[in-house]
Write a protein that binds this ligand. Structure first.
Ligand SMILES: Nc1ncnc2c1ncn2[C@@H]1O[C@H](COP(=O)(O)OP(=O)(O)OP(=O)(O)O)[C@@H](O)[C@H]1O
Ligand SMILES: [Mg+2]
Length: 253
């Protein structure tokens, strides 16, 4: 239902002597995501996971390659048109908005205004309070609360394709399993194609297929058993003082 064909994204390398050299962030990714399946995207920090998610949502334009959604070429479509087509993206770092309440965001996402129905939505992400609806989406919300509201608004849209960028970041440990359960339930009930960017084992184990991204390329696709040894090998620069013998990690350029 979502097909990436040799998708690339590059930026000008600020450190290049002529200021023109390009740095490849996504380096030729091709993959076919099937309808109704649950995918986990993982990989080291800075490997390109968020960038790939942003390319699918249209937040960043592809440098080359094509993206097809339900057989339609959406490579040049705007974010709004992709959202209309049924793609939703929950940000790794959700924006905070001045003057906007949780009620506003949830109403826009769900098309509902009834208070009981809105509380039903936030109950699904572990928030159970009518007062919460009138909280502003600014510093009135903690880091974890804002991630939960982001999750709730994405689910409320009932998208065909839902992309969650590290939904568990900043979330208390006890909420992660219920969150995985919630996203699996949504996937099964509505046949939602689900892509979760995560470093968390619970998400990786729940996935039908894991994509390991390294240096902007797919280094592996498969299950947890196959990805685990590769992930162990990827600890390029372990925290220095914990290295065997107390030796500092060597830095690389
Ligand atoms: N527009 C841009 N301009 C310059 N560099 C960029 C741009 N977008 C992404 N990058 C760089 O591309 C690399 C990949 O970034 P990205 O956010 O996709 O990583 P990630 O895999 O999501 O990492 P994390 O696990 O830390 O969230 C980073 O080094 C980042 O600085
Ligand atoms: Mg990221």
């Amino acid at each position: 239902m979502l097909e990436l064909k040799d998708v690339k994204f590059s930026v000008t390398d600020a450190e290049a002597p002529d200021g023109k050299a390009m740095r490849m962030i996504i380096d030729g990714i091709s993959f076919n995501f099937e309808r109704g399946k649950f995918y986990a995207i993982t990989g080291p920090n800075g490997s390109g996971k968020t960038t790939l998610a942003r390319l699918i949502m249209g937040i960043n334009p592809t440098t080359s390659g094509s993206i097809f959604f339900e057989k339609k070429n959406i490579t040049t479509l705007s974010i709004t048109d992709r959202a209309r087509a049924g793609i939703a993206y929950a940000f790794q770092h959700p924006a905070r908005f001045k003057g906007i309440t949780c009620r506003d965001l949830l109403s826009i996402a769900s098309g509902k205004t009834d208070e009981d129905e809105l509380v039903e939505i936030i109950k699904r992400v572990g928030i159970c309070s009518y007062d919460f609806l009138d909280k502003h989406v600014n510093s009135e919300l903690s880091g974890g609360e804002i991630k939960k509201i982001e999750l709730a608004t994405t689910i409320a849209r009932n998208p065909k394709l839902a992309i969650y960028d590290e939904p568990d970041t900043g979330i208390d440990l006890w909420t992660i399993e219920p969150m995985v359960y919630l996203l699996k339930k949504e996937q099964e009930k509505y046949n939602t194609t689900t892509i979760v960017v995560s470093h968390n084992r619970t998400f990786l184990e729940a996935a039908d297929s894991i994509l390991l991204i390294r240096d902007g390329r797919i280094a592996y696709t498969g299950d947890m058993k196959g990805v685990e040894p590769i992930l162990m090998d990827l600890s390029l620069c372990p925290f220095g003082e914990f290295l065997e013998g107390g030796k500092n990690a060597e830095c690389f350029r």
